[in-house]
Design a protein around this ligand. Structure first.
Ligand code: MTE
Ligand code: MO
Length: 215
């Protein structure tokens, strides 16, 4: 049949709608899905830590400076988190599960003083990162021992991923999640950590792309 040239042309399909797959809503702006990969990012030399001498400590602006041995922290009530992690170098990884102790449980033992508004999380290897106290309370931060990647069961954290214990603060970029964590220091003022002194953002919310100071 002859085409009726007076008929309106078919509506143009918006480029991008057909040109690429719909963006995964789990992916914050500027991030890509690392899929099966779990990259290792370590600024210092990965330490060999012996759980017989391991400790985790909360100090600074607290009523009781408190330290746990490996056996003591392992005896605390367990908590599990499942969700996505986002590294500032633009990889994200979906469906991670971590098992450990809620930071709320640990802080409760130490009793934060009213003046405490920030924390520095530090590792046994010298790495530090700063966080608002509010970002590690309310069920949003954990000291974890075991991890399950999608499709696998739980296993102890490998040394390269921070074993025997690391922090996770997964609603922020992953540089805030200290591997080989040794403790939390509660402070009245914000005190930049390792990457923050080198230009990274003090808070690091991936959903508002707080990558660098000034973002
Ligand atoms: N002690 C320590 N913790 C660290 C880092 C580090 O270099 N040293 N790198 C951070 C960064 S930038 C990221 S993205 C994650 C990487 O964790 P992963 O190596 O298990 O993926 O750890 C964070 N915690
Ligand atoms: Mo990172």
């Amino acid at each position: 049949m002859a085409r009726d040239l007076s008929a309106p042309a078919a509506p143009r399909v918006t480029r991008g709608f057909v040109g690429r797959r719909a963006r995964d809503p789990r992916l914050p702006p500027g991030q890509y899905d690392a899929g099966d990969q779990w990259p290792v990012l370590t600024a210092e030399r990965a330490p060999h830590l012996d759980t017989r001498r391991w400790s985790f400590r909360i100090d600074g602006l607290v009523e009781r400076e408190t330290e746990w041995s490996w056996d003591e922290i392992r005896a605390l009530p367990r908590d599990r988190w499942e969700g996505d992690i986002h590294c500032v170098t633009t990889w994200s990884k979906f469906g991670m599960r971590f098992d450990g102790i809620g930071v709320d449980t640990l802080l409760e033992a130490a009793g934060p003083l009213p003046a405490a508004r920030y924390v520095v999380a530090y590792s046994h290897s010298g790495y530090t990162t700063n966080l608002p106290l509010a970002d590690v309370t309310g069920g949003r931060a954990w000291v974890v021992f075991d991890v399950a990647t999608p499709g696998s069961g739980f296993a102890p954290l490998t040394r390269e991923h921070g074993g025997p214990a690391r922090m996770i603060v997964p609603h922020l970029y992953f540089w805030k999640s200290v591997k080989w964590v040794a403790g939390l220091r509660l402070l009245a003022e914000d005190e930049p950590g390792f990457w923050e002194r080198n230009g990274y953002h003090d808070r690091g919310d991936p959903w508002s792309e707080q990558r660098f100071q000034g973002d």
